[in-house]
Design a protein around this ligand. Structure first.
Ligand code: CA
Length: 223
């Protein structure tokens, strides 16, 4: 599960962000000032830090510099009420990856967070594995027990999403959003059809089935 740390002293904004991000399936922690934020950022392994610049105690810019100086590699999205170019440049110079000016729509923040997570993943291993199934994200070669399996681009994306969430049930809503990038609505049949194509290819010929349907909830690939 991806972990996000929100460092924001305005309680309403922090609570609103926390609720929205949790609904998207992220693990979320909140710090209400710079010192607490620094403590959590340096003791937990966060994927993304949402950092307000104007904070009591240690301010956002100094916090950002301090984390980078210590080699912290979390993606940092700076929130600023100030829309002056100078503040944005300072934030980026301090080691932030992106910035967003208040007020902002939650959808926009979510899009930025997802983009940062994709960037972070780009620096991670290029092969995924579950049991005797491996997928190479560069060559798109999929092997099960050493046998090559041909997948379409959509089936590949679906399998990649399942494996990135190995051991966790993914709902059809999550699949619709992450693999198709659409809202759920009337999409359930399409997902079930693609899932059956995928299962035919990776599970049918093997006694040990990797993908399981969880009734009323979604699908899971076992680790
Ligand atoms: Ca503030």
């Amino acid at each position: 599960m991806m972990r996000i740390l929100i460092i924001e002293d305005e309680g309403k904004i922090a609570a609103f962000l926390k609720r929205g991000l949790k609904e998207e399936g992220y693990a979320v922690d909140v710090a209400a000032d710079g010192e607490q934020g620094y403590f959590l950022a340096s003791t937990q392994d966060c994927d993304v830090i949402i950092l307000d610049l104007m904070l009591p105690g240690l301010d956002g810019l100094n916090l950002c510099r301090k984390l980078r100086a210590e080699g912290n590699e979390a993606r940092i999205l700076v929130l600023t009420a100030r829309d002056k170019v100078r503040d944005k440049v300072q934030g980026l110079n301090a080691g932030a990856d992106d910035y967003l000016t208040k007020p902002f729509a939650f959808e926009e923040l979510l899009a930025r967070v997802r983009a940062l997570l994709r960037k972070r993943e780009a620096g991670s291993p290029t092969k995924l594995q579950v049991a005797d199934l491996t997928m190479d994200l560069l060559t798109h070669k999929v092997l099960r027990a050493g046998r090559e399996i041909e997948l379409t681009a959509r089936e590949f994306a679906l399998l990649e999403y399942l494996i990135r969430n190995v051991g966790t049930v993914v709902t059809r809503t999550m699949i619709a959003e992450h693999v198709w990038d659409v809202n759920f609505d009337t999409f359930t049949n399409v997902i079930d059809v693609y899932m059956s194509y995928l299962r035919n290819k990776i599970d049918r010929a093997f006694p040990d089935k990797l993908i399981r349907t969880v009734r009323g909830r979604g699908y899971v690939i076992k680790g």
